[in-house]
Design a protein around this ligand. Sequence first.
Ligand SMILES: Cc1cc2nc3c(=O)[nH]c(=O)nc-3n(C[C@H](O)[C@H](O)[C@H](O)COP(=O)(O)O)c2cc1C
Length: 101
Amino acid sequence: MSVLILYGTTEGHTRSVAEALARSLRLSDDRVHVIDAAAGDPDPSTYGAVIVAASVHAGGYQAAVQRWVRRHSTELAARPTAFVSVCVPRPPESGGMTSLF
Ligand SMILES: Cc1cc2nc3c(=O)[nH]c(=O)nc-3n(C[C@H](O)[C@H](O)[C@H](O)COP(=O)(O)O)c2cc1C
């Protein structure tokens, strides 16, 4: 099955996550494309499945990812999808980074 991994990143961590996912998926299928939402507008209807990855900054995901998902919501609803959220873990004994916002 062909897979699109559409990601958004601010400091580059989510790009690394997306590329690691792609390396794992390519072990079973070569048709895996990794595309930055800020640099392209891939058509999800040409893929069998879609993974969207984005990171949290000040409580929100990258605007380019949000726009892409809204633009292609009909095509996304018609195929298997997954969402990967990259953020700072919140230790139970502290407020973690989320307490800053
Ligand atoms: C300015 C800034 C704001 C952040 N805001 C949040 C936040 O609100 N919630 C959270 O869980 N993590 C927050 N983080 C942590 C990022 O989500 C985390 O560093 C992530 O790995 C960044 O991924 P990226 O490099 O792909 O953008 C923030 C990081 C920075 C630098």
